[in-house]
Design a protein around this ligand. Sequence first.
Ligand code: CTP
Length: 433
Amino acid sequence: MNLLSEIERVFPPRVISLLRRIGEIAEDRGQNVYLVGGVVRDIFLGVKNLDIDISIEGEGIEFARELARQLTGWVKAETRFGTAIVTFRGLPKVDVATCRREYYHSPGALPEVISSSIKNDLYRRDFTINAMAVKLNPARIGELVDFFGGRSDLKKGVVRSLHNRSFLDDPTRIFRAVRFAVRYNFCIETDTESLIKEATGRVIFDEITIERVRDELVHIFNEESVQQAIKKMAELHELKFIHPGIKLNPETETFLGELEEVISWFQSSFPGEKIKKWLSYFIALLDELTIDEAKITLKRFHFSEKQTKEAVRMKKSASGRLAALGRKESKPSEIYRQLRGLSVELLLFLMAKARGTARQRILLYLTKLRHVRLTISGEDLRKAGLSPGPEFATILNNMLLTKLDGCLETREDELIYVNSYLKEQRLKLSKLV
Ligand code: CTP
């Protein structure tokens, strides 16, 4: 089967020229070169993917250097693994790997690599749908290489591992299986599912592998249907790797559903604002844990000091904030006071927890209040006769709260506020003297 016309449909012309040049350079060097991995899967699915992963039989790093030399790029090589990344101006980067066979000394350990053929290279991969290649050498450009039935599994909608040791060799694949199944609405093949369950009973993630688990969780929680993914993770006993205390009960499920709704509302209302959707989900999963358990989990997954502090603060204060936000009479400045300083990810988490009035008020904060700014600045205060200092921040803050309540509409109103504040201060001072 030849995929050249599909390739020409999904890639822009400059990328197709790049792929052709890769094939020609390899041919001149007497090497076979292939486009591999997720990009091949996505060509079939018609999904845009510009992750150009190349596998080459024989010397990979030398090939990468030649590619960079001929197309004016830069190479970053990792000799230990026989891999290199070539970057160019105005083109996607190219990940070059030497076709390899890998040996794992122990589950989850970094692999020992020896140079090999494309068949071995594909066999070491996670799932059949990710184990296809497309040849790039000029005479056979576009030819599909599919030893393990990837195309048929794509058609059937199945995530299937290639061999029994797959999840022990690389335990992060237990999360990847869920990611691909949910992303494409595929099912995980029965034997593969049993292998995952077996692996979840045996695998331990240590200090080194936890980073990769975190990366996989970030990927899953950034996918479209996170609620469904978490349900599948629970079914396959994967949530315990975040914390053994995390259970998926009907309330958590409802909460995750609310979070999904709130996040998609935010994304469609503020398309230009990029959020770390995964962070809201991660924090949501810690909701049932104690504060200490949540702290330990955040530290274990290498969350920054700031993120950990914020998340813990939210855990301690969420119900208090929601009660305050739900009170009958609440001025905008009070809403602002409850929510200011919180990251959007935490606000969305809180919004998903909130009901009725409290939710409406978080919505008001997100759509309006958080964008309110004063028109005057510290410079205007200085000109009005105030000396710079902590007082500046206090005045500006008080003015902002007044403005939120609709009492300062124009720049003139703000200047009048400053002047009357100054008068008041002077009056106080003269009384003291
Ligand atoms: N791979 C693997 N085992 C892993 C990670 C990756 O076998 N634990 C292989 C798969 O062949 C995969 C390829 O490396 O297709 C590239 O990995 P990655 O970029 O993580 O995944 P993609 O399949 O490209 O998925 P995505 O579309 O989410 O980027």
